[in-house]
Write a protein that binds this ligand. Structure first.
Ligand code: B4P
Length: 193
């Protein structure tokens, strides 16, 4: 089983590249952002609670997203692999994910970390905010708060997996296709043809 974490700050292209990777490799795509937005659209209690955090640019509490990922893993027992997009975002989430996978005699295979400058991230998110229905992309203050949350809480996740030599950095600026080819090469170097 191949378990990939696509890692990077908000706006680094995780969602964009995930779509292409899923099509190429046939894994199950688990995006905590998408799962949370579904809960919000369905106006569930969980969605209402999550929205209050997301609209302020804050992370949703660990237990909420860990519970969602646990349920998604259980719902896909025959998967040939998972692509984790936007998860884990804290060291506690990473440790919980390791434990969940270990209980299924599996583990994270690779973490691909997209690197993009802050200016480019803000420009991309503001640009998406003009056309998407995402309220967290419209206000530059909220975007900057998300980037701060990333530095303070999420960057440590890469250090966690670097201890096990599982992290590869990939330049996340350039065309979507160029970046996809860089990611693809890293994956193919680690999986049998
Ligand atoms: P997410 O849904 O994960 O969204 P994101 O990190 O903001 O960006 P995403 O990854 O989707 O965007 P992409 O880079 O593809 O999180 C939203 C919120 O949910 C968080 O702030 C948090 O509150 C909550 N949340 C989610 N997961 C959580 C967790 N595990 N724990 C706690 N809270 C959690 O693309 C951005 C834009 O760039 C797009 O418009 C795209 O078209 C463009 N783009 C992509 N690649 C490009 C390229 N190469 N060149 C130019 N533009 C490009």
């Amino acid at each position: 089983m191949f378990n990939l974490i696509l890692f990077g700050p908000p706006g680094s292209g995780k969602g964009t590249q995930s779509e292409k990777l899923i099509e190429k490799f046939g894994w199950i795509h688990l995006s905590t952002g998408d799962l949370l937005r579904k809960e919000i659209a369905n106006k569930t209690q969980l969605g209402l609670e999550a929205k209050a955090f997301m609209d302020k640019g804050q992370l949703v509490p660990d237990e909420v997203v860990i519970g969602m990922i646990g349920a998604a893993l259980d719902a896909n027992p025959a998967a040939r692999g998972f692509l984790f997009d936007g998860f884990p975002r804290t060291t506690a989430q990473a440790e919980a994910l390791d434990a969940l996978l270990s209980s299924k005699t599996s583990e994270i295979t690779l973490v691909l970390a997209l690197e993009v400058s802050e200016e480019e991230l803000v420009a991309r998110l503001l640009n998406r905010g003009k056309t998407s229905s995402r309220s967290d992309d419209r206000d530059e203050n909220v975007i900057r708060k998300r980037l701060l949350e990333y530095e303070e809480k999420t960057a440590a996740v890469a250090h966690h997996y670097a201890k096990f030599d599982k992290v590869a950095k990939v330049k996340g600026e350039g065309s979507i296709e160029e970046i996809f080819q860089l990611l693809r090469k890293q994956i193919e170097a680690r999986q049998p043809a």
